[in-house]
Design a protein around this ligand. Structure first.
Ligand SMILES: O=C(O)[C@@H](CO)OP(=O)(O)O
Length: 204
């Protein structure tokens, strides 16, 4: 029996719209983000997906995305597990700065290294490797054992905490994950075998 894992990036946030580094800061969704979350909820419902378990981060944009999806899926009376392990990577001193202003100040190349290198953290913040070091142990301890039992789990989280999970689940190299972008509201669906290994990635 295979388990099912659905990863969903939060809908567009107010700071995505303003082009600001967000990290652990806590903006809510924009109108577009609300509609992206609702549309993903409708798509999961249309695909006949009914999760047993629901996880999100400690940040509003991901929690709100999950709430809106559940509303569209008509799911009530459930337990949602929130954990900081699923938070976006901490952008440190860059948090709140405009991404174009940062490029003008530090140069295109340096800002790209901070945003998409695997193990170079932004000043005072977390690299993707640092993010994976908290996200993966949580996934392996709390979520993977349930997938192995054939359960369906939905995770509403963030671009980089999800990229850390995608890298491990798909067995991608640091180079391969750097090229992988996850759009706001985008769902990724995996079937996971009883041995915890990826069986298939399903495109919704
Ligand atoms: O600002 C952030 O927290 C993230 C996600 O929006 O940005 P980036 O695309 O640089 O990972």
């Amino acid at each position: 029996m295979t388990g099912t894992l659905i990863l969903v990036r939060h809908g567009q946030s107010e700071w995505n719209l303003k082009n600001l580094f967000t990290g652990w800061r806590n903006p809510d969704l924009t109108e577009q983000g609300i509609e992206e979350a609702r549309a993903t909820g409708r798509a999961l419902k249309a695909a006949g997906i009914l999760p047993d378990l629901y996880y999100t981060s400690a940040l509003r944009r991901a929690q709100h995305t999950l709430d809106l999806m559940l509303e569209e899926m008509g799911i009530e009376n459930l337990t949602i597990t929130r954990n900081v392990a699923l938070n976006e990577r901490d952008y440190g001193d860059l948090s709140g700065l405009n991404k174009d202003d940062a490029r003008a100040r530090w140069g295109e190349e340096q800002v790209h290294v901070w945003r998409r290198s695997y193990d170079v953290p932004p000043p005072g913040g977390e690299s993707l490797k640092d993010t994976a070091a908290r996200t993966l142990p949580y996934y392996e301890a709390e979520i993977l054992p349930r997938l192995k039992q054939g359960k369906t789990a939905l995770i509403a989280a963030h671009g980089n905490s999800l990229r850390a999970l995608v890298m491990a689940i798909e067995g991608l190299s640091p180079e391969e994950i750097l090229a992988r972008e996850i759009a706001t509201g985008e769902p990724t669906l995996y079937r996971i075998g009883p041995d915890g290994k990826l069986v298939e990635r399903v495109v919704l």
